[in-house]
Design a protein around this ligand. Structure first.
Ligand SMILES: [Zn+2]
Ligand SMILES: [Zn+2]
Length: 260
């Protein structure tokens, strides 16, 4: 029973009092890997992520400029990001999260597109996979990837798009990661998408501290709750959770092979 949380934010201050304990608890039970996300807009995040990687050799990370802050992207931020990616290369799984968020539009669409294109180029230059954040923007994200001729492994994290775009993502050989949203009562559309994702294209994640799965919705989320996400995915697919975890582990290892 080896769980993987493919996407969590252990650097966030919600975990200031217990992040080392949480990581220890995951690996003392039945976790194979954790992937924490580093945020170059928060200088402390890069340093803290370096420390978190030191807790256990099965913690990996991604680092990238989130679309929410695209208005604040500077050459210094890019420099910090590049330094981190190179320095931690052996524990970096991908560039990300990067992409477009047209739901919140915290930054202008123009800036989001510009910064996303930079992240795509960085991933290409460093030959790293990409982890995508996309809200109401899947078509635009796919278009930018096509223009950039991006052909390294790529994962849409916390997928909330529609089934047509999911089909297009899968057709291109990309991966889809499913969060605790799959456990929410109103997420029938997402459960239908889970049904069509082949086992060799799927990941499980918490996006903690956000998006606590049922029955803990609205509470602080932790990577430990990826169990509830994986169990729901397995239930929807009508398979034992062991089989799902085995597939997610294979997918992780395939992605990892690109980076080493
Ligand atoms: Zn995200
Ligand atoms: Zn996230």
């Amino acid at each position: 029973m080896k769980y993987i949380d493919f996407h969590c934010h252990l650097d966030m201050e919600d975990f200031d009092s217990n992040r080392e304990e949480i990581v220890a608890e995951c690996f003392a039970s039945d976790f194979a890997k954790l992937v924490t996300v580093a945020d170059p807009y928060e200088k402390n995040s890069l340093q803290l992520t370096g420390e978190i990687l030191g807790y256990n050799k099965n913690v990996f990370c991604t680092a990238g400029a989130h679309p929410h802050n695209a208005n604040h992207y500077t050459s210094q931020i890019e420099k910090d990001l590049l330094n981190f990616l190179k320095e931690k290369r052996n524990r970096v799984l991908a560039v990300g999260e990067a992409g477009l968020d047209f739901h919140y539009n915290f930054s202008t669409p123009e800036n989001q597109r510009r910064v996303f294109k930079r992240q795509v180029d960085i991933a290409k230059d460093l030959k790293l996979p990409l982890v995508i954040h996309s809200r109401e923007a899947e078509k635009d994200v796919l278009e930018i990837l096509e223009q950039a001729k991006f052909n390294l492994p790529l994962v849409f994290h916390c997928y909330t798009g529609d089934i047509e775009n999911a089909r297009e993502i899968l057709k291109r050989g990309y991966y889809i990661s499913i969060s605790g949203i799959v456990t929410f009562k109103k997420s029938e559309y997402l459960r239908e998408i889970v049904e069509i994702i082949p086992l060799n294209r799927i990941f499980s994640e918490t996006d903690s501290p956000y998006l606590s799965p049922e029955p803990f919705r609205g509470r602080l989320n932790t990577p430990l709750r990826v169990r509830l996400v994986a169990e729901k995915i397995a239930e929807v697919k009508g398979i034992p959770v062991e089989k799902l975890n085995k597939a997610v582990n294979s997918n992780f290892n395939r992605l990892r092979k690109t980076t080493v």
